[in-house]
Ligand binder design. Structure first.
Ligand code: SF4
Length: 358
């Protein structure tokens, strides 16, 4: 694994990580260390393009500059603490993180690598746990234990062995990205800017239940694709499963989304887990068609992955196909998302590090 375990131990205890810092922050470091300001751009290149794992790798900085920087800083890539491989090739990674809210105890998040032919996607976490308490989600049950920094978010992308193969990143792991938007936007900017990783924002999708204020800011300040966790076609059904509906209703969400143009390259999608007898009738499908009428979007139908003690049950394959066909026949582009990594609790809604904390 191309990581820097000994240095990273040292990082956490004594040194500040450079990964996750912006050009402006690196320029500030250069000023304080008496280095020329162009060294900050060189460091950006080493960190985000050439993937240096130690300051010593940054060979176009003078030896003296590297020695000075190494006294206080390190690259800070933290290897995953554990990896579990599914029979379908999906790999769930566990990362130790240091959320700002609580430095007294160990915290962990999970990221999931999903290879699929030419595509290689990493599902990334943005928080330790989550405040949204969606009934069908293991992370929601865990509660919230802190926000990840931009460095913690990027570390998931950089530290896995398959990092260089990645074609896509989705922020659909643990946490609600709009509830930690400063760090999420900073990580996205470092991934999509030059200097930075220089990825197209079309390779990244951010998923949200919809949080007032921050969602609008995300739409304005990022070009990444947006996925809305809808999971119901009426407010009553949604609020019974998702307390977030009571704070930012689907009516308000759709009103907001309709103010923007989604017909270009930026994709708007709605995620809809099908629950038997709850949201999977043809009346629900009809309501959903009406709800999305005129909006340039797609619907991703997702099979429910059973979690312990959940009363909800998933719709069977025939029911899912019927629901999808109704949507497509009525002009709403809909697909059924393939389930991946269920045997290692890596599938949608199954991520949790609750047991590991206790
Ligand atoms: S589905 Fe997303 S927003 Fe809802 S509890 Fe799980 S992680 Fe949080």
């Amino acid at each position: 694994m191309d990581t820097c375990a000994p240095m990273c131990e040292e990082t956490r205890d004594k040194k500040q990580s450079l990964i996750g810092l912006s050009l402006e922050e690196l320029q500030e470091i250069c000023r304080s260390e008496d280095l020329p300001s162009y060294a900050a751009r060189q460091m950006m290149d080493w960190l985000y393009v050439r993937r240096a794992t130690s300051i010593d790798d940054m060979t176009n900085l003078s030896k003296a500059a590297r020695a000075r920087l190494s006294e206080r800083f390190c690259v800070g890539i933290m290897p995953p603490a554990e990896a579990v491989r599914s029979t379908d090739g999906t790999v769930k990674y566990l990362f130790e993180v240091n959320p700002s809210s609580d430095n007294q105890r160990k915290h962990f998040v999970e990221a999931v690598f999903i290879p699929d032919g030419e595509r290689a996607t990493l599902c990334v976490s943005s928080q330790v746990g989550c405040k949204m308490h969606c009934q069908f989600c293991m992370t929601g049950r865990q509660g919230w234990h802190g926000n990840l920094s931009a460095g913690d978010i990027l570390n998931q992308v950089f530290a896995i062995p398959e990092s260089q193969q990645l074609t896509n990143v989705v922020l659909m792991g643990m946490g609600e990205p709009m509830d930690n938007l400063d760090a999420v936007l900073k990580a996205l900017a470092l991934m999509t800017s030059t200097p930075g990783m220089g990825w197209s924002p079309r390779r990244i999708t951010v998923s949200t239940v919809g949080v007032k204020g921050t969602l609008e800011r995300f739409i304005r300040e990022s070009e990444c694709h947006l996925a809305i966790s809808l999971h119901a076609a009426s407010p009553e059904v949604r609020s019974a499963m998702m307390p977030a509906e009571r704070i930012c209703s689907m009516t308000q969400l759709l009103e907001l989304l309709r103010q923007y143009d989604w017909s270009g390259q930026r994709r708007l999608s709605f995620e809809y887990i099908l629950f038997r007898g709850v949201n999977d009738s043809m009346a629900d499908a009809r309501r959903l068609v009406r709800l999305l009428e005129g909006l340039h979007c797609r619907v991703n139908l997702i099979r429910f992955h059973r979690i312990p003690d959940a009363e909800l049950e998933g719709t069977d394959q025939d029911g899912m196909l019927r629901f999808r066909d109704f949507l497509t026949q009525h002009g709403v582009f809909a697909t059924i998302r393939a389930s991946r990594g269920e045997d290692v609790m890596a599938a949608c809604g199954m991520l949790s590090t609750l047991k590991i904390r206790n």
